[in-house]
Write a protein that binds this ligand. Structure first.
Ligand code: KG4
Ligand code: ZN
Length: 334
C-alpha cells in the first residue's frame, strides 16, 4: 500500500512516500533560518512558510519516489498536536488532494508517528512495548499496546524535556534550536560543575517535571550575570544535560521494571541527544531490555514516520471524513 504523507506540525514542512514500513522518498524543508532571529518558532511565520513550501515538496517527493500521484493509495497527514495554523496547512493540502483524487485520507497523531520511526529501521519491532517520547512539546512514557492502541503511563506536568533544553540553551546564549547546540557543547563540559535540582512530583511517580530545573538554570545564569561573573557555558550545558537525562532515565527504567517491559523504543527530537542515547543503551544492556533507537535522521519531524504510522491507522480503519480539522492538543490514546 503506497501512502503520500504530509507533516506541518511545527517548523518543518515535510512530504514522504512510504510503502508499509519502507520509505520510498522523504523530503524536508526546515524553517530554522526563518526563526533563528527570534530565538524560537514564530507560529505565524511557520504557517506562511508551510504554505510556500508544500506544493514543491509534494512534487519532489513523488519525483524522488519515481511514481505519479495515481500510484498513491491513501494520503496521511499529521492533524494533532502542534501549532494550529501550521497543522491546518498540511491538513488542508491533504484534504484537497484526497478530495480531488478520491483517495482515503488518514489522520495521524504526531506522537504516534514519532514512535513509528522505530518501525522503519527495525523490521522485527512489534507492539507491545514501552516508548519514551521526548520532543519540543512532549515528554511521555507510553505503553504501545498495539500499532493503534496507546496508554500514557507517565508524562511531564509542565515543560517538555526539549523545552527545557531549548530555553536553558537560549539563556546560555546558544542559537535556536538550542537542544542540539547544548548537546554539542556539553561534550566538552564537566557535568558535575553546577548543582541543579531533580524535581519530583506528587501523585503518579512516573510523571515528570522540568520547569523547576529550567528556572533553576536561568536563575543561576542571572545571578552570575548580576555579579559580573561568567558562567562556564560547556559546564552548565553538561550539568543541564545530565539533570534532564537523570530524570528521563530514572522514570523510564522504573516503568520498565514495574511493568516488566522487555522492549523499549525511544522517539522524538530529544532522542537525538547523545548522552541520552549512550546512557539508555547502558541501562538497557544491564537489564537485558531490548532497546530501539531511531537514527538521528528519523528523530526529528519528518513525513516518513507519518506515512508508516498512517499505514497502521489505515488498516485499523482510521479514515477521516471530509470535515477533518486540526487540533493543537489531543491525547495519544484518542
Ligand atoms: O520532535 P521534534 O523535532 O519536534 C517536536 O515535535 O517538538 O523535537 C524538537 C526538539 C527541540 O526541543 C530540540 O531542541 C530537541 O528536540 N533536540 C535535541 C537534540 N536535537 C533536537 N535536544 C537535545 N539534544 C539533541 N541532540
Ligand atoms: Zn515532533
Amino acid at each position: 500500500m503506497t501512502i503520500l504523507a504530509i507533516e506541518t506540525s511545527c517548523d518543518e514542512t515535510a512530504v514522504a512516500v512510504t510503502k508499509q514500513r519502507t520509505v520510498l522518498s522523504s523530503v524536508i524543508e526546515s524553517q530554522i533560518n526563518d526563526h533563528v532571529l527570534y530565538g524560537g518558532v514564530v507560529p505565524e511565520i511557520a504557517s506562511r512558510r508551510h504554505i510556500e513550501s508544500i506544493s514543491s515538496l509534494y512534487k519532489k517527493a513523488l519525483e524522488q519516489a519515481n511514481i505519479t500521484i495515481n500510484d498513491i493509495d491513501a494520503i496521511a497527514v499529521t492533524y494533532t498536536p502542534g501549532l494550529i495554523g501550521a497543522l491546518l496547512v498540511g491538513v488542508n493540502f491533504a484534504k484537497s488532494l484526497a478530495f480531488a483524487l478520491d483517495k482515503p485520507l488518514v489522520p495521524v497523531h504526531h506522537l504516534r508517528s514519532h514512535i513509528a520511526a522505530n518501525y522503519i529501521i527495525n523490521p522485527d519491532l512489534e507492539p507491545p512495548f514501552l516508548s519514551l517520547v521526548v520532543s519540543g512539546g512532549h515528554s511521555h512514557l507510553i505503553h504501545v499496546k498495539s500499532y493503534t492502541t496507546f496508554e500514557t503511563i507517565g508524562r511531564t506536568r509542565d515543560d517538555a524535556a526539549g523545552e527545557c533544553f531549548d530555553k536553558t540553551a537560549r539563556a546560555l546564549g546558544l542559537p535556536y534550536p538550542g537542544g542540539v547546540h547544548l548537546d554539542k557543547i556539553a561534550e566538552q563540559g564537566n557535568e558535575n560543575a553546577y548543582t541543579l535540582p531533580r524535581p519530583s512530583v506528587e501523585g503518579n511517580d512516573l510523571d515528570l517535571s522540568f520547569s523547576g530545573l529550567k528556572t533553576a538554570v536561568i536563575n543561576q545564569i542571572h545571578k552570575h550575570n548580576q555579579k559580573n561573573q561568567k558562567i562556564n557555558t560547556a559546564d552548565m550545558a553538561a550539568s543541564v544535560r545530565k539533570a534532564v537525562c537523570d530524570l528521563l532515565i530514572d522514570k523510564t527504567i522504573t516503568a520498565c521494571e514495574r511493568f516488566n517491559f522487555k522492549k523499549l523504543a525511544i522517539a522524538g527530537g530529544v532522542a537525538a541527544n547523545s548522552l541520552l542515547r549512550r546512557r539508555i543503551t547502558e541501562e538497557c544492556k544491564k537489564r537485558k531490555i531490548k532497546l530501539y533507537i531511531p537514527p538521528l535522521s528519523l528523530c526529528g519531524d519528518n513525513a516518513a514516520i507519518v506515512g508508516v504510522q498512517g499505514y497502521y491507522e489505515y488498516i485499523n480503519g482510521n479514515i477521516a471524513s471530509e470535515d477533518l480539522n486540526a487540533f493543537a492538543t489531543m491525547d495519544i490514546g484518542k
